[in-house]
Design a protein around this ligand. Structure first.
Ligand SMILES: *[C@@H]1O[C@H](CO)[C@@H](O)[C@H](O)[C@H]1NC(C)=O
Length: 444
């Protein structure tokens, strides 16, 4: 009844020479095998990593979120959390006296900005001094049944609150431990039940590189088209073998991002409607023509999301299968490749080369069958050259530059007038009064 979803992404890297230089010579060494299985959780309530904060160390679980850029920890009690980071008990905690408010799609929190020492028991060796937002109050942020007390925003400084001067956690790790500016994420809840009662499932956050044992085949890379969220460019969407055939800008309206902190695959309203229609339609059509693509080497690859990834079984507290959840929803603020999709893949956040990699995760297997697929290269001849909606921002830039040009022209006219007026006056008086050498030289 349900069909696979195929998401086509632009293939390649957004290499810039300055990045290649900063990419050289990382000194920190990380034994990636020590990091395997350092996550717990599921797509419904998020994946978290254990951290030790302050002196003496207080242990808390921190949600891994690639869709925000603040490191924030509960610093006061809340009905849905078991414990919190007590800043008063840490001799190394320093408050900056600034307050910060962060809003997510669901929920928000308010806190105080501070600095403290942090180490990650199953992370790179070493202690880092990092910015911490100590959460003092929140709404809809901590949820029933969660087993984490804070959030690790792994996106870029642009998204940091209150402003980009608050260096995000991973930027600090790369700087202070000298590890490569890359992390990779494997979340292992694919095809399993999204219920409160099941055991937390595992996963891995590999800081500093890629662990080969976590994936099969090759890693396919797509450019990060802008460094704020992990924004990518979706070229095409197919349901089964049917191309949705929308203007590809629709898929990226107003952005397409990869976000481990979002549970579902979220699609812009128009795209969502088209997907639902396609699923309905194709449950009546039997035969699909394959061999649609010609295999010429050009700029795309596709990730395939099997129904097992986006139709999730939900079991009751007593373990009986209750119903299924449709893991796709409509969105008013862009396409989001959330945790249910990421669970099918080993996703590489290669910040050094400004690209995101997708490979077949070795834990996205059910009954010996892979739940996902990554394939390429394909030509996307039927797709426009630019699908991202950066156009809008660029047009704003054009307006700004035209305005600047107008101001320049105005200044030029004034200068010319200044040139001409004294000249006229001289004609009458017969003497040079202007002191500007530029003007004098012009007259000679
Ligand atoms: C940390 O250092 C120890 C001792 O040198 C080493 O055995 C271990 O693999 C290191 N861990 C990581 C994650 O690099």
């Amino acid at each position: 009844m349900f069909l696979q979803l195929l998401v086509w992404l632009r293939f390649g890297a957004q290499c810039r020479w300055k990045r290649l230089i900063t990419c050289h010579g990382p000194t920190g060494q990380v034994n990636f095998l020590d990091l395997v299985n350092n996550l717990q959780g599921d797509s419904g309530r998020g994946y978290y990593i254990e951290m030790a904060i302050g002196t003496p160390a207080q242990t808390v679980n921190i949600l891994v979120d690639t869709g925000s850029s603040n490191f924030a920890v509960a610093a006061a009690s809340h009905p849905f959390i078991t414990h919190y980071f007590n800043t008063e008990l840490s001799s190394t905690y320093v408050s900056t006296g600034r307050t910060v408010v962060v809003r997510y799609t669901q929920g928000n929190w308010e806190g105080e900005l501070g600095i403290d020492h942090v180490s990650i028991p199953k992370g790179p060796n070493g202690t880092i001094i990092i910015n911490i937002a100590a959460i003092l109050s929140s709404e809809g942020f901590f949820l029933p049944g969660i087993n984490w007390q804070g959030i690790l925003g792994l996106a870029y400084p642009t998204l940091a609150r209150p402003d980009s001067s608050v260096e995000p956690f991973f930027n600090s790790v790369v700087k202070q431990l000298g590890i490569p500016d890359v992390f990779s994420l494997q979340m292992c809840g694919a095809g399993r039940s999204a219920t409160i009662s099941t055991e937390p499932l595992g996963g891995s956050l590999i800081m500093g590189g890629i662990e080969p044992s976590l994936y099969r085949g090759v890693v396919w890379y797509t450019p990060i088209i802008e460094e704020w969220y992990y924004q990518v460019e979706v070229l095409k969407l197919e349901v089964g073998d049917q191309n949705l055939d929308l203007d590809c800008k629709e898929y990226n309206m107003d952005k397409a991002i990869v976000d481990s902190g979002t549970t579902l695959l979220r699609l812009p309203v128009n795209v969502f409607t088209a997907v639902v229609n396609a699923i309905t339609r194709s449950s009546m059509i039997q035969d699909f023509s394959s061999g649609f693509w010609d295999g010429t080497k050009l700029p795309s690859f596709r990730i395939t999301i099997l129904p097992q990834l986006y139709i999730q079984p939900v079991t009751d507290v007593d373990g009986t299968l209750d119903c299924f959840r449709f893991g796709v929803s409509s969105s008013a603020n862009g396409l989001v490749i959330g945790a249910t999709v990421m669970e099918g893949f080993y996703v590489v956040f290669d910040r050094a080369q400004q690209r995101l990699g997708f490979a077949l995760s070795n834990c996205a297997v059910s009954g010996g069958v892979a739940l996902s697929e990554v394939a390429g290269p394909f030509s996307a001849a039927d797709v426009a050259a630019d699908c991202s909606t950066r156009m809008f921002k660029e047009s704003v830039m054009w307006v700004v530059s035209y305005a600047l040009m107008a101001i320049c022209a105005l200044v030029l006219i004034i200068l010319l007038l200044l040139l001409v007026l004294p000249y006229r006056r001289r004609r009458h008086s017969g003497e040079i009064t202007d002191e500007s050498s530029l003007v004098r030289n012009r007259i000679k």
